[in-house]
Design a protein around this ligand. Structure first.
Ligand SMILES: O=C(O)CCC(=O)C(=O)O
Ligand SMILES: [Fe+2]
Length: 307
C-alpha cells in the first residue's frame, strides 16, 4: 500500500496528497485511504501526475462509474469519450466552445437529473499567471445559516437552468439550442444530505433560476443571499495550478468557479473525468402546485427515513 502524505491546503477545505503515482495501478487499500481523505477534505490536489488519458480514466473509475458525458457530448475527447476537454485552444481553426467553461459558481452537472458525484481535473497547460480555480465548502455554508433559515430552506427546491451557465451565449446558436434540448430545467433540493457523511450541504448556485412554489420576486432576494453566502471567503480554497496537478472534488459538498483572469491568447488546457452521481430532482414543468401542496415533505426527512 502506498504511503500517502496528506497536507492541508486550506482552512475550509482542500488537501495535497503525495506519495502516490497514478501511472501505476493502485491497490484497494490505497484507494480506500484516498477516498477517506477526499471525503474529509472535499478537494484533493495530487501534484506531478504526468498521466495519459487512459490512466486518468482508470484512476477515476476507482471512485465510481464514470459519467458518460451525455449532457455535454460536444466537448468529449475525440478518442476517450469519458474525458471532457476544457480548453481555450482553438479546434479546427475555430474558438474552442469550452474556452469559458465554469465561469460562474456551480456544482458540475447540476442542470441534469444526475449531478456529478465528483470530478477529476488534470492540468496539461496553463498560463503564466491567473486562471486559478476556487472551491467552496457547502457543508459550512449550510451549517453557518441561522436555525430559522435552515428550517425554511430544508423543504425548498430550486430550479437549475443550463441557460444560466455563464458565457453560454458566446457559444454557437446551434450548440446552445442543442444544449437546451438535452437539458431541460431541473428542480433539485436546496439542502442535500451527503450519502457518505450524513451531513447537510447547501445546493444552490448561480445556475439557479428560482425556487419551486415561490414567485420570481420572492425567490430573487433569497437566492441572492444564499448564492453570496455560499461562497464567503472563509469557505473557499483557491487553487493555483501547476502542470500535471490532478485535482479531484466532491460535487455533493462543494461548488467551484474557474477564474477568467488570464491572457486568453495563452493556452490553458485541462482534461476532466466525472464520476456519475445518483439520480436527483425532476424535470421542472413550470407547475408549482405539487410543491405548494406538500410543504412539510422536506428532503431531509425523506432522505432520513430511507437511509
Ligand atoms: O477549468 C477549470 O478550472 C474548471 C472548469 C470547470 O468548471 C470544470 O471542469 O468542471
Ligand atoms: Fe465545473
Amino acid at each position: 500500500m502506498a504511503e500517502l502524505k496528506i497536507r492541508r491546503l486550506g482552512y475550509a477545505l482542500g488537501a495535497e496528497v503525495t506519495g502516490v503515482d497514478l501511472r501505476q495501478p493502485l491497490d484497494d487499500g490505497t484507494v480506500a485511504a484516498l477516498r477517506e481523505a477526499w471525503m474529509e477534505h472535499l478537494v484533493l490536489v495530487l501534484p506531478g501526475q504526468d498521466i495519459t488519458p487512459e490512466q486518468h480514466v482508470a484512476f477515476s473509475r476507482r471512485f465510481g462509474q464514470l459519467d458518460p458525458n451525455d449532457a455535454t457530448p460536444y466537448y468529449r475527447h475525440p478518442e476517450h469519450p469519458e474525458v471532457l476537454v476544457v480548453s481555450n485552444k482553438p479546434v479546427n481553426g475555430k474558438p474552442s466552445e469550452t474556452r469559458n467553461t465554469g465561469r460562474n459558481w456551480h456544482s458540475d452537472l447540476s442542470y441534469t437529473g444526475r449531478p456529478a458525484m465528483g470530478s477529476l481535473l488534470l492540468c496539461k497547460e496553463r498560463p503564466d499567471v491567473g486562471g486559478d480555480t476556487m472551491f467552496a465548502n457547502q457543508y459550512l455554508a449550510y451549517e453557518t445559516l441561522s436555525p430559522r433559515m435552515r428550517a425554511f430552506i430544508d423543504s425548498l427546491e430550486a430550479v437549475h437552468d443550463v441557460t444560466l451557465v455563464k458565457g453560454i451565449e458566446q457559444r454557437s446558436p446551434e450548440l446552445v439550442a442543442e444544449i437546451k434540448r438535452i437539458n431541460p430545467p431541473i428542480a433539485h433540493p436546496v439542502v442535500r444530505i451527503h450519502p457518505e457523511s450524513g451531513r447537510a450541504a447547501l445546493f444552490v448556485s448561480q445556475r439557479v433560476r428560482h425556487f419551486v412554489g415561490l414567485s420570481d420576486e420572492e425567490s430573487e432576494p433569497i437566492l441572492r443571499f444564499l448564492t453570496r453566502h455560499a461562497v464567503r471567503d472563509e469557505f473557499v480554497y483557491r487553487h493555483r495550478w501547476t502542470v500535471n496537478d490532478l485535482v479531484m472534488w466532491d460535487n455533493r459538498a462543494t461548488m467551484h468557479v474557474a477564474l477568467a483572469d488570464f491572457d486568453q491568447s495563452k493556452p490553458r488546457h485541462m482534461l476532466r473525468c466525472s464520476i456519475q452521481g445518483e439520480p436527483l430532482g425532476y424535470v421542472y414543468q413550470g407547475d408549482d402546485s405539487a410543491a405548494a401542496a406538500k410543504p412539510e415533505a422536506t428532503h431531509r426527512s425523506v432522505v432520513a427515513s430511507v437511509s
